[in-house]
Write a protein that binds this ligand. Sequence first.
Ligand SMILES: CC(C)(COP(=O)(O)OP(=O)(O)OC[C@H]1O[C@@H](n2cnc3c(N)ncnc32)[C@H](O)[C@@H]1OP(=O)(O)O)[C@@H](O)C(=O)NCCC(=O)NCCS
Length: 146
Amino acid sequence: MITPTDVPGPQGELLLRTMPMPADTSFNGDIFGGWLMSQMDLAGSMMAKEVTRTRTVTVAVESMQFIKPVRVGDVVCCYGRVKRVGTTSVTIMLEVWVRPILHTGKDQFTTFKVTEAAFTYVAIDQEGKKQTIDKTRLAGAAESSV
Ligand SMILES: CC(C)(COP(=O)(O)OP(=O)(O)OC[C@H]1O[C@@H](n2cnc3c(N)ncnc32)[C@H](O)[C@@H]1OP(=O)(O)O)[C@@H](O)C(=O)NCCC(=O)NCCS
């Protein structure tokens, strides 16, 4: 079981920063896990496209655990790093951290991790068929993950 204190700080590049709205809540007032997954997918797909320089589709999401709830008005930050670049796929490790700026008290500015997961994207052509990633064009972090 992961607890918020087990983790040192966000790992990777800040890919997306957003704020959930009341329409994103479940009946108990917390944010839907699906909303969070969708933000992660968006963030991961941006990074995947930067790596592959092609269109991509999400092919898999590895096990995801929600550590703490997210609330309306929280600042949600999604960080990512390239974990692996395969023949046609790229796996991005994504973490979501929250800054609860609307909360009162000493925890107001304490940033904490709410979830993490590995998202895998496949490079595709115009017909939606997988295509080989051109590894001669990889840069930075992606280069060392081949
Ligand atoms: C993605 C897609 C084009 C792959 O086509 P495919 O011919 O079946 O491809 P493969 O099974 O050979 O897999 C392609 C790559 O994905 C990887 N992959 C496939 N399934 C995976 C899984 N469950 N976990 C991790 N990686 C996976 C393979 O390892 C391979 O990577 P590599 O080439 O780097 O080694 C096809 O499955 C597809 O169109 N899926 C739907 C995607 C989609 O619509 N996503 C949005 C959902 S709403």
